[in-house]
Structures are given as structure tokens and as C-alpha cells.
Design a protein. Structure first.
Ligand code: NAD
Length: 471
């Protein structure tokens, strides 16, 4: 919650602001904004000989496309408002990146570190059972995925529980995404959100004129970055930016504190250090800052909040010194901090664009599950033979020999991971170009968030209109 308005209301306010740049009728806009279904669940589990009542939710924001899709988070912050807001963001996110799903979100109000693996498994299986009972899960109904506090392990428990109830349902493996690769998951899903953050940033920074306006040179290479949260999204965004984008990570914030080094922090080594010591504090060559929010205020080119919502508020917005903020987490900037940052000339890449890599690759996983074979299985050998034939002909015609390494490169089909990453890269580039076009078309739009909402709203409205629901 920020000030007086709730997270869900603040998403609605952003939508209203963008709707002013469209001709969507009022009634249709009301339907687009509404959260269609919310399942509120309470169930008991036994913890250390006592009973505890667990509070959980699943919200399906929009059914204009089915199935609905969105992660499940385990966090103490979970409440109905948060889950509805995150479900709404999923609707706009899916529309923006052309993933044909409605938005959903689930959450269990727990701190997973306080439970044993067995207790977490009980909680996850019981939650899934409730979803099955209420018809809130299924490959054509609602498809969960990992989010804050959950990962492939929880998705495997969800799949197994679902299949126990739906024995023999041929597409049951598509009831959840983000599964382990050995459990019908897809290569590249675990890194997808962080990888998408990198692709989105790289695309944004490739426009010389845009970068000049914020005092940066074109290109991501050599730029400085601060990352908050070294979980799935933050660690992958940082690692990939460092390794593939030549970005210098100068600050990192985690629960236990924040650290700074002008010379740069090797993220691979930092992750190993944290795994060993349980903390980022004390990492050699870095200075420990006053508290865990302090790193957000460092002078840097790119700030990547990748932990939870409400991290940049009216209280610290004035002190943010980044040129670009990539909202890798959902809702890290409160509604009242947003205008302060825009006024400071900071470019904000909104959450429902910049963290869309996860749902994009989840969509690829779902497609793979429904097609019941891995990408490339049917065509790779055929393409290889066809390319071999072409190269042999080229050799015959030119009298020149193509070396073995070049030949291998030119004839082999893409691996699953390469295909997934290229699909993700294309998606993030296309979506950025749509946002940028929308920004340039409307001189009165002053921020990328509004421009992105305009893109999503137009697509969702057109879906409703083509369904014949609204004239
Ligand atoms: P995660 O649980 O893997 O990691 C979150 C990290 O944030 C943890 O390392 C945690 O210790 C850290 N953290 C918690 N409080 C902090 C604080 N006060 N300061 C600094 N660090 C703190 O979660 P995740 O999956 O990486 O998700 C992070 C964010 O990204 C969430 O907002 C989530 O909704 C969003 N997101 C995740 C995905 C995905 O595919 N996992 C997709 C889209 C969006």
C-alpha cells in the first residue's frame, strides 16, 4: 500500500491515465480494469505438534483470453489486494508481449524460511488441492508459475498433486509452468525473467537520441548497475548483464544489507560468497553501506529493483540517482514516487514490460507441453540434412572447401535453450519498439509506463470488441 491508495487501485490509476490516450469506451474500460474472480482460501496445517491456519489466494483478473496465467508467491506481504494487483499486472503484461493469456496471481501468506521442506510440501499440495476443488487450475483454465519465494521444486509438487486428481488427462503437464526440466519444464525458463530484463535494457539503450536525453552514450556495455535482491530475477539479471552485456555492477542490496564498489562486483563470486557465509556483507573489495536500502541511492546508470514492491517511495525517491530504473520486481515504485522520478528525468522501464521474460518463456513451456514433444525434435535432422546438401552444392560450384567448424555451425539446428532465448529476445525487442512508438506518437505522454499501458489497453480492448462483447 502506498499512502491512502491500495496497490490494486494504483494499477487502476495508471490504466486510467493511459486510457485518456485511447478511445476505449467507459464500460469496456471498467470491464478491463475489474478483477473477475478471487479465491480466498484458509486451511490448517500441523506445525511442530500444533495447528496453524494458512491464508492463501488465487485471483484471475481477466478472462478475455484463456487460460489465465500468473505466478504463485510465498511471502508475508501477501494479502488479497496485493494478489489482485499482481493479477491485473499479468493481464497487461501478457497483452504487451503477445502471450495469449489472461492475468492471474496466487499467493500464500508465509515466510518459507520458517518451515521445513516437508511442511512446505504439505502447504503447497494442500493449496493445489483447493485450486483443483474450485476448478482454479488446469492447462486450459489457469496455469501458475514461480514467483517470489517459489521455484521449480514447488511447481513439481503442484504438477504431481494436480495429476493425482486428474489421472489420465492428456494435457495435464501443461497445468503449471516453471517446472524442473526433468519434469516437463523447458530449458531457459529459470533464467528467463532476468534474461528478459537484460534484453529490454539493451534494446532501450540502443537508441542514441533517447540516451543522449538522459546524458548517456548509446549501448549498454560499460554502464554501471545497482541490483536489489539476488533471488531468481535479480541474480540472473545481474549475471547476464555482467557476462553478456559487459555491465559493471557497482552496488547490491539484499535483506541483510547493501554493498558498494566503484571497481565493480563480480556477481558469480558474490553469489558463491553468500551461499557460503549467508550474507553479501563483507564481500572482499566492497564497502558496506548504512542499511539495505542505501544501495538504491548510489550514483549509477541503471537501477534494478528485483526484490518486492514498495521499495522506492516518496521517502527516498528524491535521492535516487539512477538514469534508468528497470522494474524487475513487480510494483517496486509506489504511485506517489513515480511522478517524482519522472520529474527528475529518470526513464522507468515498467514492471509489466521489463519482467515479462518469465511469462514469455512460460508460454513456450506450455506450448511444448501441449505439443508433447521438445522443440526441434521433428525438424532438426531434416534441416541439418538440407543445409548439408546446400553446402555441398556451394562447394561444388565454387571449388572452395568449407571448414569443419563452419560447416557444423551452418548445419546444426538450434538447441531448445537457443530457440527459447531467441524467442525471448525477439519478444522483448518487439514489445520495446511498440512502447517506444506509442511514446513518440503522443507528445503528452511523459513516461514509458503510460506508453506501455496504452499498447496493452488497445490490444485487450480489440480482443473484447472482436469477441462481440462490446460494440
Ligand atoms: P526470489 O524469492 O527468488 O528472490 C527475491 C530476493 O529478494 C531474495 O533473494 C530475497 O532475500 C531478496 N529480498 C527480500 N527482501 C529484500 C530487501 N528488503 N532488500 C533486498 N533484498 C530483499 O523471488 P524472484 O522470483 O526473484 O522475484 C522477485 C520479484 O520479481 C518479485 O517482485 C516477483 O513478483 C518478480 N517477478 C518474478 C518472476 C519470476 O519468474 N520469478 C517473474 C516476473 C516478476
Amino acid at each position: 500500500m502506498s499512502g491512502q491508495i491500495s496497490f490494486f487501485e494504483s494499477v487502476g490509476n495508471y490504466v486510467d491515465k493511459a486510457a485518456a490516450f485511447t478511445d476505449i469506451p467507459k464500460g469496456l474500460l471498467q470491464q478491463i480494469k475489474a478483477c473477475n474472480l478471487v479465491l480466498r482460501i484458509r486451511f490448517p496445517i500441523r506445525v511442530n505438534g500444533d495447528y496453524e491456519v494458512i491464508e492463501a489466494y488465487r485471483a484471475q483478473h481477466s478472462h478475455h483470453r484463456l487460460p489465465t496465467k500468473g505466478g504463485i508467491r510465498y511471502a508475508e506481504s501477501v494479502d488479497q489486494d496485493e494478489i489482485m494487483a499482481l493479477a491485473a499486472l499479468m493481464t497487461y503484461k501478457c497483452a504487451l508481449v503477445d502471450v495469449p493469456f489472461g492475468g492471474a496471481k496466487g499467493g500464500i501468506k508465509i515466510n518459507p524460511s520458517k518451515y521445513t521442506v516437508e511442511q512446505l510440501q504439505n502447504i503447497t499440495r494442500r493449496y493445489t488441492t483447493e485450486l483443483v476443488k474450485k476448478n482454479f487450475i488446469g492447462p486450459g483454465i489457469d496455469v501458475p508459475a514461480p514467483d517470489y519465494g517459489t521455484g521449480p521444486r514447488e511447481m513439481a509438487w503442484i504438477l504431481d498433486t494436480y495429476q493425482a486428481f486428474r489421472h489420465g488427462e492428456i494435457d495435464s503437464i501443461g497445468c503449471v509452468t516453471g517446472k524442473p526440466v526433468t519434469q516437463n519444464g523447458i530449458r531457459g525458463r529459470a533464467e528467463a525473467t532476468g534474461r528478459g530484463v537484460f534484453y529490454g535494457l539493451r534494446e532501450c539503450m540502443s537508441y542514441e537520441a533517447d540516451m543522449k536525453k538522459i546524458g548517456l552514450t548509446k549501448g549498454i556495455a560499460g554502464k554501471t548497475m545497482v541490483v536489489q535482491g539476488l533471488g531468481n530475477v535479480g541474480s540472473n539479471a545481474a549475471l547476464i548483464s555482467q557476462n553478456e552485456g559487459d555491465v559493471k555492477i557497482i552496488g547490491v542490496a539484499e535483506r541483510e544489507g547493501s554493498i558498494h564498489s566503484e571497481k565493480g562486483i563480480d556477481i558469480e563470486k558474490l553469489l558463491a560468497f553468500r551461499a557460503e557465509t549467508g550474507s553479501i556483507v563483507g564481500f572482499p573489495g566492497t564497502k558496506t553501506l548504512a542499511n539495505n536500502l542505501a544501495a538504491l541511492e548510489l550514483d549509477c546508470d541503471i537501477l534494478v529493483p528485483a526484490a518486492l514492491e514498495n521499495q522506492i517511495t516518496r521517502a527516498n525517491a528524491e535521492r535516487i540517482n539512477a538514469k534508468i530504473i528497470a522494474e524487475a520486481a513487480n510494483g517496486p515504485i509506489t504511485a506517489d514516487a513515480d511522478p517524482i522520478l519522472i520529474k527528475k528525468g529518470i526513464v522507468i522501464l515498467p514492471d509489466f514490460y521489463i519482467n515479462a521474460g518469465g511469462v514469455t518463456v512460460s508460454y513456450f513451456e506450455w506450448l511444448k507441453n501441449l505439443s508433447h514433444h521438445r522443440f526441434g525434435r521433428l525438424e532438426n535432422r531434416f534441416q541439418h540434412n538440407a543445409f548439408e546438401g546446400i553446402l555441398t552444392k556451394v562447394q561444388e560450384m565454387t571449388g572452395k572447401t568449407i571448414g569443419d567448424r563452419e560447416r557444423d555451425f551452418l548445419t546444426r539446428g538450434g538447441t531448445e535453450e537457443e530457440l527459447v532465448n531467441s524467442g525471448l529476445e525477439d519478444t522483448m525487442i518487439n514489445a520495446y519498439q511498440q512502447i517506444r512508438d506509442s511514446f513518440q506518437q503522443h507528445s503528452a505522454i511523459s513516461d514509458m509506463r503510460t506508453a506501455a499501458f496504452v499498447c496493452s489497453l488497445k490490444k485487450i480492448a480489440s480482443d473484447y470488441i472482436s469477441m462481440g462483447i462490446f460494440p
